[in-house]
Design a protein around this ligand. Structure first.
Ligand SMILES: CC(C)(COP(=O)(O)OP(=O)(O)OC[C@H]1O[C@@H](n2cnc3c(N)ncnc32)[C@H](O)[C@@H]1OP(=O)(O)O)[C@@H](O)C(=O)NCCC(=O)NCCS
Length: 209
């Protein structure tokens, strides 16, 4: 058995991850269904129930194809329990990653994303289609960057935070840990840990969804 394993066949974004693999010339060996329900891979990819995972499969590199940081954390715990131990760094061949960047294990970078030079993407960061990450940004582990979001230079995003689609974060702004930035927000000031900011200019909202 060769190729990579998608752990989480029930996530719609599997479709994008499969496209990345195809563009990159990589084979998808299997998609693991770890929760019951629909699957989002086409019929050419074998879907394997978590209970039927073999040691041959757990020896392969794996990717966590889901946008929500919480779901990715849960899937990693589940995958590790089943014996998967080789998180793969998957960078779409249409993405541009500048020099002197640190891209850690388990990171997924979807199509047309740009990462400016000197940036760090910690473990299991997920960058969706067309995100634009400036130079010297630091994205904490398990953070998710939505499609078309723009992070200007030297932005910091804390671990497990979620930046909504099309949000804009101004230079040097610090987004705290486990914070949510709503789609389309223009973030001009720091947002503290466990925060929620929305609007243009973004307001810090007290009630977190
Ligand atoms: C932002 C988000 C957390 C809001 O969650 P929710 O459960 O729908 O929360 P609510 O609708 O109760 O909104 C909470 C408040 O934020 C406001 N709000 C929500 N989204 C907003 C937005 N994009 N811009 C401005 N305000 C927004 C609501 O009006 C509401 O304000 P109020 O309390 O004054 O009425 C949620 O929509 C989200 O995470 N979206 C991310 C989508 C995304 O980009 N995904 C990328 C996937 S690839």
């Amino acid at each position: 058995m060769t190729g990579i394993v998608l752990f989480g066949a029930g996530s719609p974004i599997c479709a994008d991850v499969v496209e990345t693999c195809r563009r990159n010339g990589m084979q998808v060996a299997a998609a693991i269904r770890n929760v019951s329900g629909s699957v989002y891979v086409d019929a050419s990819i074998p879907v394997v129930e978590a209970a039927d995972v073999t040691t041959e499969m757990t020896a392969l590199p794996f990717v966590l194809p889901m946008f929500s940081p919480q779901n990715r954390r849960l899937a990693l715990a589940n995958a590790t329990e089943l014996g998967f131990h080789q998180p793969m760094q998957l960078v779409d061949c249409t993405a541009i990653v500048g020099g002197h960047c640190i891209i850690e294990e388990g990171v997924y970078i979807n199509t047309s994303t740009i990462v400016g030079s000197g940036s760090t993407l910690e473990r299991f960061v997920f960058c969706n289609r067309g995100a634009n990450i400036g130079h010297h940004c630091h994205i904490g582990s398990f953070a998710s960057i939505g499609p078309g979001a723009v992070l200007a230079g030297s932005v910091t995003v804390g671990a497990g935070s979620q930046i909504g689609a099309g949000a804009i974060i101004l230079p040097k702004v610090r987004v705290g840990v486990a914070t949510i930035i709503a789609p389309g927000a223009v973030v001009t000031r720091d947002v503290s840990d466990n925060g929620f900011a929305a609007g243009n200019p973004a307001r810090i909202l007290t009630s977190r969804p």
